[in-house]
Design a protein around this ligand. Structure first.
Ligand SMILES: [Zn+2]
Length: 289
């Protein structure tokens, strides 16, 4: 079994890991050799349980956390800088962001949706349960290209809700499930991590791994349906803005702001995927022949 495992894992996989170790952690050749020995011992232990693929998956997924974290940080910096840049570019419409959002809502017959001003930076959102569209201080009264883009994007969410757009409906339905997981399952999971229950082989370990799968699976599903919801809201915003409000450079600016915002959702989706894949690998690592 051990020999079989080593032939199957192959030299190629080890080269991949060597490169990851070197690029990511700046390991020396000696450290990599030692690390490889430890890795091979790990592979052998898991191979005897018939779980070396899962172990390899666990290591690769773990190695991806730092690069994806960096992608997330870059996306956040980018959305702030793009917003700041196009906040200084006034649009020729002469409308404030709140007025533009009002027009979009009214043209869709959504006169019952209220628009309010809230604190914070990029805290703009639409709450379907209260039918309130909240615009942040830097957006609400602004006539900039960036503010109009954000306001029309949020109005797009209100339109999605009224038209029962599939993904935004799914997203709303997932909220109570996510709240349940955060309130009841997260504390349990943290206890499991602190006391190392996940490392134990037996029913207790299994229960904690399954709790983890539910938590991370739920949030992965949520960030997955968030993607089309956000893309669609931006598409609606650009369609409205290009229809008599903006053109040329102004429209390009609004697009750039919304694209930068979309990148942050993609980054958080990738992070959720990693969390889920890691716990999934742990789940498979526990399976014995
Ligand atoms: Zn949005």
């Amino acid at each position: 079994m051990r020999k079989q495992a080593l032939t199957k894992i192959g030299v190629k996989d080890i080269i991949v890991l060597r490169r990851i170790d070197k690029d990511l952690f700046g390991f020396s050749d000696r450290e990599i050799k030692e690390g490889r020995d430890v890795f091979l011992i790990g592979i052998n232990v898991f191979a005897e349980m018939g779980a070396y693929d899962a172990y390899l998956m666990y290591i690769i997924v773990s190695a991806l956390f730092i690069p994806i974290l960096i992608v997330g940080v870059v996306a956040n910096v980018k959305v702030n800088s793009t917003f700041a840049k196009y906040s200084k570019v006034d649009s020729n419409t002469g409308l404030t962001a709140a007025e533009a959002a009002r027009r979009v809502l009214d043209s869709e017959g959504l006169t019952d949706v209220a628009i309010v001003r809230i604190r914070g930076n990029l805290t703009d959102n639409y709450n379907p349960s209260t039918k309130v569209l909240s615009l942040s201080e830097s957006v609400y009264g602004s006539t900039s290209v960036a503010a109009l883009g954000v306001a029309c994007h949020e109005a797009g969410h209100a339109v999605q809700h009224s038209k029962k757009y599939l993904f935004s409906t799914l997203r709303t339905k997932l909220v109570p499930i996510l709240n349940f997981a955060n309130t009841f399952l997260w504390p349990l999971f943290i206890i499991g991590v602190i006391f190392g229950f996940m490392g134990t082989f037996g029913i207790i370990g299994d229960v904690f791994i399954i709790i983890g799968l539910v938590i991370f699976g739920g949030s992965l599903l949520f960030s997955l349906v968030t993607l089309p919801t956000e893309f669609d809201a931006s598409k609606r915003a650009i369609r409205v803005l290009s229809d008599g409000y903006m053109s040329g450079e102004e429209l390009k600016g609004a697009k750039k702001v919304l694209t930068a915002a979309a990148m942050t959702y993609i980054a958080s989706f990738m992070m959720s995927a990693l969390h889920f894949l890691r716990i999934l690998a742990m789940f498979f690592m526990r399976r014995r022949d």
